[in-house]
Design a protein around this ligand. Structure first.
Ligand code: SF4
Length: 84
């Protein structure tokens, strides 16, 4: 776990210290909270506390679930075609 903290901190600094947007954090947390390997606030794959990990723009989900969320186009109001 110490190794992953040091690795993440290093990548955060090297990456310019960017934080994730509020919308991105909320999406990430919602994804983690619905994940089968989320337990007691931590990802059981990487061991990270997701409440902290979600803030760091450079972080990724080890199973690619955050990427899937980002590929899903956001819902927009008034742009759907009428089925009639
Ligand atoms: S980071 Fe990915 S694998 Fe880990 S708990 Fe969140 S969604 Fe699940």
């Amino acid at each position: 776990m110490i190794h992953s903290i040091v690795t993440s901190a290093t990548r955060f600094i090297v990456g310019g210290g960017r934080l994730a947007s509020s919308a991105s954090r909320q999406t990430r947390l919602a994804t983690c909270h619905g994940c089968e390997i989320f337990s007691a606030g931590r990802c059981q794959s990487c061991g990270c506390f997701v409440a902290i990990k979600s803030w760091l723009a450079h972080e990724t989900c080890p199973l690619g679930k955050w990427d899937l969320q980002q590929l899903t186009p956001p819902a927009t109001e008034g742009t759907e075609e009428s089925p009639v």
